[in-house]
Design a binder for this molecule. Structure first.
Ligand code: ADP
Length: 191
């Protein structure tokens, strides 16, 4: 099983990806997490990635492809969360998998209305502020949230069209447990 998992910021895909990876014994690869770890290296590349993330923009495709391809090396069961982020990455990924003699099983899209997702992110920021100050993500600042949605609309949303022949759309509204059930049901139908 080789799945890409995408949705808007605040769609809840991080939470769901963890659940699914455990439930289906898949390796969970999150490019967001991988990049955040690189920032901690405090190398020149790490700093550049840190600035890009903090601004809510996308890391360049060459870096993103490189990091992802390396992370999935030798894996046959994976759930990739946060990649691809645009059609160029999706094309490169297809070519890469083809060269490896394999292909994606499906592309899972977590569908949440933008207004709901935006509200969730604002709430997450407030709650984190109360509890663990230093855990707050720089890219959860209000102006940056706005930009991240803009990037999503323009660059990531076109993936719905790109993956139209292998997409599984799941309604991402409701409680995390409800959403997990909906995804499991949709995957069962697909298999
Ligand atoms: P989100 O909550 O927006 O889904 P992620 O944890 O997936 O956040 O990613 C955080 C940030 O890391 C993104 O806003 C972007 O700057 C960078 N990033 C993650 N994946 C990619 C990718 N595939 N291509 C380019 N940039 C990426």
């Amino acid at each position: 099983m080789r799945i890409v998992f995408f949705g808007s910021p605040g769609s809840g895909k991080g939470t769901q990806a963890n659940e699914l990876a455990t439930g289906y014994s898949l390796t969970h690869v999150s490019t967001g997490e991988l990049f955040r770890a690189k920032v901690l290296d405090s190398t020149r590349i790490g700093r550049r990635i840190g600035d890009t993330i903090a601004a809510g923009s996308l890391v360049d495709d060459i870096t993103a492809n490189y990091v992802l391809f390396k992370a999935i090396e030798g894996l046959n069961r994976f759930l990739v969360d946060g990649y691809p982020r645009n059609v160029a990455q999706a094309r490169m990924f297809d070519v890469h998998l083809d060269n490896m003699g394999t292909k994606l099983t499906c592309a899972l899209f977590l569908d949440v209305p933008i207004e709901v997702a935006e509200e969730r992110l604002i709430l997450r920021r407030t709650q984190r502020h109360d509890k663990v100050e230093n855990y707050r993500r720089a890219d959860d600042a209000p102006a940056v949230i706005h930009h991240r949605f803009d990037v999503y609309r323009k660059q990531t949303k076109p993936l719905i069209q790109y993956y139209s022949d292998r997409i599984i759309k799941v309604d991402g509204t409701g409680s995390p447990t409800e959403v997990t059930h909906k995804i499991v049901k949709a995957l069962r139908k697909w298999e």
